[in-house]
Design a protein. Structure first.
Length: 79
């Protein structure tokens, strides 16, 4: 692996994983890196979502715009 040093055991494991995936090692590592980027982006997005939806002012603004849970249930029954 150019520019990256790993111990022989790790290198052998990575080669075996790449072979099992039917990919050359460099393509396999690129795929793993992309998957990890997606996982990180998803985790960051989930954290932002939790912060925003957990903020009382956000919930109040949503309820004011779209109706709170009680209003939504009443509207559904009236329909």
């Amino acid at each position: 692996m150019a520019g990256i040093e790993v111990d022989d055991t790790t290198a052998d494991e990575l080669r075996a994983l790449a072979e099992a995936a039917g990919l050359p090692l460099d393509a396999y590592l690129a795929q793993v890196a992309e998957e990890k980027r997606r996982e990180r982006a998803l985790a960051e997005g989930a954290e932002i979502f939790r912060r925003v939806t957990g903020a009382p002012e956000t919930v109040a603004a949503f309820d004011a715009e779209y109706g709170g849970p009680g209003q939504a249930q009443t509207a559904q029954r009236a329909a």
